[in-house]
Ligand binder design. Structure first.
Ligand SMILES: [Zn+2]
Length: 443
């Protein structure tokens, strides 16, 4: 009996090891708070990075900032045998497009692409923003350090490139600095349009906007919790898809939500000290971020962000009023926390970049039967599949069953009416695709 128990223990340990990849722990360890700190300092020291600010100076304004970001990506590329393709992606935005565009401006994003070895046209993207603002969104000359909003996200994307460029991935990884966020999400719109034109298959965009504040305006100090915002269903869904949801479910199971659950799971698996908080909405109440233009174009995307914001340090003129110091300055950023959230991004991207594609179609059946049946199409590079299910009220995939290289399976005794289901593909190193919610009914 003792021997059997020991054998069982060994077996369980072996299985656990097979499901985790040491390289993911190495990636977490290699993200540097010091380098993120230095980059945030550098970005804040450009004085202002307002989208409409100076582009000629080498020390002040958004022109200097983007040239520096581009040169950083190029330096990283030199260290990995030119593994990054670095370029500006830009669009002219005309004066009066909205009230915040008070003159014609070239909105310029800095893009760095690490091409995948097997699926170069499939992309996982991490974004931060280059631009900053003060109280008046059209004030493009006042000092606007934007240390947390959003030099923190930008520095995170640069640091992720440093760490992940040491590895080879099957899918492509993009690190990008977007501009024009504060003026109306123009940089994201430009890049999403560019991606459509190029026919990119986007696995997802992880938009990082404010990942460095741990002291909330509410007085809470918390360096473990962070938020993952994702919209419930794509705004591009058809009337037919919308109607079908009434009968088959899927109200909280869109592509961006599945990506959010992936971030949650990857964090829980590899960084259990963290407290990821799924927020079931596009963004904060009535507010915006650069994942939205990607969602508008039908791509999965979400926002990663601190849990406790400080509004006296957001979009504020630098000043002291009634004893309160206003402004988004360097000394308020917590670099260890920014490191942790950067690591969350890096391990999500690595996991997805090493994973096979998701099954394209997942069928489900089992109406008036005691068991649920799932059927999916074979995915190139998958060695197996994982079937997930959860209570209809649960936010995350609580139950799962790994199956081999097959394309259908019956979950005996699991009644279709009482759960939601999904299927992912598993690659040879155990990395999994994003879960696919059933998109076909088996009669
Ligand atoms: Zn902002």
């Amino acid at each position: 009996m003792k021997n059997i128990l020991l054998l069982l223990c060994l077996l369980i340990t072996t299985l656990t090891i097979a499901q985790q990849d040491q390289r993911i722990y190495d990636i977490i360890d290699n993200v540097s708070a010091d380098r993120i700190k230095a980059d945030i300092k550098k970005l804040a020291d450009f004085g202002t990075r307002h989208t409409l600010s100076d582009t000629v100076s080498n020390t002040r304004g958004i022109g200097a900032a983007r040239r520096w970001i581009k040169s950083e990506f190029e330096n990283i590329s030199k260290d990995c045998n030119n593994c990054l393709d670095v370029f500006y992606q830009k669009d002219l935005v005309k004066k009066g497009t909205n009230q915040r565009i008070v003159k014609d401006v070239m909105v310029v994003n800095v893009v760095a692409i690490q091409k995948g070895t097997k699926y170069p046209n499939r992309y996982i993207i991490m974004s931060g923003d280059i631009d900053s603002r003060v109280s008046d969104p059209t004030d493009y000359t006042s000092d606007s350090p934007g240390a947390n909003d959003n030099a923190s996200g930008m520095a995170g994307a640069i640091e992720a490139a440093r760490v992940l460029s040491k590895y080879k991935f099957e899918n492509s990884v993009i690190y990008v600095g977007l501009s024009g966020e504060e003026q109306g999400l123009f940089g994201g719109q430009g890049l999403a349009k560019y991606a459509k034109e190029k026919g990119w298959e986007i696995i997802g965009i992880l938009n990082n906007d404010m990942i460095g504040n741990i002291t909330g305006v509410d007085g809470v100090i918390d360096n473990r919790t962070f938020r993952i915002f994702s919209e419930p269903v794509p705004p591009t869904e058809t009337e037919r898809q919308r109607r079908s949801r009434r009968f088959y479910g899927g109200e909280v199971d869109g592509i961006s939500r599945q990506l959010a659950r992936y971030v949650h799971k990857q964090t829980k698996t590899y960084m259990p000290e963290m407290n990821p908080m799924l927020v079931y909405r596009l963004d904060r109440f009535g507010r915006g971020g650069h994942h939205r233009p990607f969602n508008d174009a039908g791509f999965p995307g979400l926002r990663i962000m601190e849990a406790h914001e400080n509004y006296t340090q957001q979009h504020q003129d630098l000043r002291t009023e009634n004893g309160i110091k206003y402004g988004d300055t360097f000394e308020h950023v917590n670099f260890d926390y920014a490191k942790k959230l950067t690591a969350v991004n890096a391990i999500t991207m690595a996991g997805l970049a090493w994973a096979p594609p998701s099954p394209k179609t997942v069928g489900i059946g089992g109406i008036v039967e005691p068991s649920a049946k799932l059927k999916w199409d074979k995915t190139e590079g998958a060695v197996g599949y994982k079937i997930y299910w959860r209570d209809t009220t649960s936010p995350i995939w609580d139950n799962s069953r790994t199956v081999g290289d097959i394309t259908e399976f019956t979950l005996k005794g699991i009644v279709i009416d009482n759960f939601f289901f999904g299927v992912s593909a598993i690659g040879k190193d155990g990395h999994e695709s994003v879960v696919v919610f059933p998109n076909q009914i088996i009669r």
